[in-house]
Design a protein around this ligand. Structure first.
Ligand SMILES: Cc1ncc(COP(=O)(O)O)c(C=O)c1O
Length: 442
C-alpha cells in the first residue's frame, strides 16, 4: 500500500495535472484537436502578417448602431436580464423586417427567438432535438462549429460534399453542386436533420431555388428537420437572389432559419443572433437556450434592434453590399493579374483560392521549413503556411472543413476573407502579387 501524505505518494510528488478525466465527447467533436485557428494565429505568424484568415472585420459597426448601444447602456433596464426569448424591441424589429421576407405575419411570442449569436442558437436547436445516434447531414465544406455542436449533443454528423466543377475555365460558387443521388444515399432511418448554409461559408455559394427545392423534396419524403443557416443573407452579389428555405412550399413547419447581427452589422463580438421558425421548433429550443445562457446580453440586443429598425430606410444593406463587392473585387483582380485561379464567390465574404494541383500551381521551395503542426496535413496547410510566412498574408486551409475521408477535396483550396477595409485589402493584394514567381504550370 502506498503511503499518501500532503499530495505525495511514497515520498514523490503525485501528478495532479489530470486528476479528473474529461468527457469523451470532447474528442469526438474535435474540440481538443489543434485546430486551424490555433495554428494560423497571430502568435505563430510574422508580426506584420495581414490577417485574411479569420472571418471577422477590421472595421467597426456603423456609428448609429454603436450610438444605440451607448444609449442602451445609459438606461437601467438594458443593463439587466432580458426575457429568454429576447428583448421585446428586438423581437418586434425582427418581426417587422422579416415578416414580408417570409411572406407571413411572424408571431413575436412564438416564432422568433433571440440567441447569443447564431452559434448558440444552433447549439440550442441540437440540444432540443437530437437523441443519441441521430444523424445530421451537413454539406462539405461545413462551418466548423457544426461538428462539435452536433456531437456534444449525441448527434452523428453525416457529410455530403459539394462538388466543384472540374474545368480550366473560371469557376464560380454556383459551379459547386449537390449530387442528389449521393444526398439521398446519405439519408438513413436515423437521419433527423439536415443543415443548409446559404450563402455558404466558405464557398460563397448562393443556393438556387431548384437546389433548395431538391432538398425540400427529400426533407418532406424523409421527415427531416431543416436548419437553414442564413447568417450571410445580406451579402449576396452579382444580382443573385437569396432564397429563404422556409418560404418553399410546405417547408415552414420543418425549418428553423438562423440569423446573426454579427454578420449583418459588422458586429461579430456582440453575440446577438436569432432563430425564426414555427412554435413547434422555437418552443423546445427556448427551453434549451434558457438553460444554456438564460438570456442574451441586453444592451446589444437594443443596439441590434436599432440596426434592424433603421437599416431599410438608411439603405444600409445595399450600401454594405456594394462595399463588400468592391472588397471582393480587389482580391479577385489580384488573383486574375497574378494568374491564380479561385472560386468567384456570389455571396459571403470569402474567396477560395485554388492551391492544389491545377493548371497553375503555387510551388514553394523544396526545403521550405514547415512546422510539425503543418507537416502531415493537406497540401492546403502547407500552401497557407507558405503564403503567410513568405508573402505576409494569412488564409485558412479548407481541408479543416471536411471529414477525413474527403480531405482530398478540401486541400485544393485556401480561404481568404475580404471582410477587411479597402486599404488592408489593397495592401494584401500588393503582397500577393509576389506569388507570381512561385507559380508553375505543370
Ligand atoms: C455559416 C456560419 N454560421 C454561423 C456562424 C456564427 O455566427 P455568430 O457569430 O452569430 O455566432 C458563422 C460565423 O462565422 C458562420 O460562418
Amino acid at each position: 500500500m502506498s503511503a499518501q501524505t500532503n499530495g505525495q505518494v511514497n515520498g514523490k510528488q503525485k501528478d495532479r495535472s489530470n486528476l479528473i478525466p474529461f468527457s469523451s465527447r470532447l474528442k469526438e467533436g474535435r474540440a481538443l484537436a489543434q485546430d486551424v485557428w490555433s495554428i494560423f494565429n497571430a502568435a505563430n505568424l510574422p508580426a506584420d502578417c495581414i490577417n485574411l484568415g479569420q472571418g471577422y472585420m477590421n472595421f467597426a459597426p456603423p456609428k448609429w448602431i454603436r450610438d444605440a448601444a451607448g444609449e442602451a447602456l445609459g438606461t437601467i433596464a438594458a443593463n439587466h436580464y432580458s426575457h429568454p426569448k429576447g428583448r421585446p424591441r428586438l423581437r418586434q424589429a425582427l418581426k417587422n423586417y422579416y415578416s414580408p421576407l417570409f411572406g407571413r405575419d411572424l408571431d413575436v411570442e412564438k416564432e422568433i427567438l433571440v440567441t447569443s449569436g447564431a452559434n448558440e442558437g444552433q447549439y440550442s436547436v441540437f440540444v432540443a432535438f437530437l437523441e443519441d445516434g441521430d444523424e445530421v447531414i451537413m454539406f462539405e465544406p461545413f462551418f466548423d462549429q457544426y461538428l462539435p455542436s452536433v456531437t456534444f449533443n449525441g448527434g452523428k454528423p453525416v457529410y455530403v460534399p459539394l462538388h466543384p466543377k472540374q474545368s480550366k475555365e473560371k469557376i464560380s460558387s454556383n459551379d459547386w453542386t449537390i449530387d442528389f443521388e449521393e444526398l439521398r444515399r446519405a439519408i438513413t432511418p436515423r437521419t433527423k436533420m439536415i443543415i443548409i448554409n446559404t450563402p455558404h461559408n466558405p464557398v460563397g455559394k448562393v443556393f438556387t431555388r431548384e437546389e433548395l427545392e431538391g432538398i425540400a423534396a427529400l426533407a418532406e419524403e424523409f421527415n427531416l428537420l431543416v436548419m437553414s443557416d442564413e447568417v450571410y443573407e445580406t451579402l449576396v452579389y452579382d444580382g443573385k437572389q437569396h432564397v429563404r428555405f422556409a418560404t418553399l412550399p410546405g417547408m415552414w413547419d420543418r425549418t428553423v432559419t438562423v440569423g446573426s447581427a454579427g454578420k449583418m452589422f459588422a458586429a461579430t463580438g456582440w453575440r446577438v443572433g436569432w432563430l425564426i421558425g414555427p412554435e413547434s421548433i422555437i418552443k423546445p429550443t427556448l427551453a434549451a437556450t434558457t438553460r444554456i445562457v438564460f438570456c442574451s446580453n441586453s444592451p446589444l440586443q437594443e443596439a441590434a434592434a436599432a440596426g434592424i429598425e433603421e437599416a431599410v430606410d438608411r439603405k444600409f444593406f445595399e450600401t454594405q453590399r456594394g462595399e463588400y463587392e468592391e472588397r471582393r473585387n480587389i482580391l479577385t483582380a489580384c488573383f486574375d493579374k497574378v494568374g491564380l485561379r479561385y472560386t468567384h464567390p456570389e455571396g459571403t465574404y470569402f474567396i477560395l483560392l485554388i492551391v492544389g494541383q491545377d493548371i497553375s500551381n503555387i510551388q514553394w521551395p523544396e526545403n521550405f521549413p514547415f512546422p510539425e503542426s503543418v507537416e502531415g496535413r493537406g497540401r492546403d496547410f502547407k500552401a497557407c503556411w507558405f503564403i503567410a510566412m513568405e508573402i505576409g498574408v494569412s488564409s485558412i486551409p479548407v481541408s479543416e472543413f471536411y471529414c477525413e475521408e474527403h480531405v482530398n477535396i478540401g486541400e485544393q483550396y485556401a480561404r481568404f476573407g475580404f471582410c477587411k477595409d479597402i486599404e488592408t485589402l489593397k495592401h494584401a493584394a500588393q503582397r500577393l502579387e509576389s506569388l507570381r514567381k512561385y507559380i508553375v504550370h505543370p
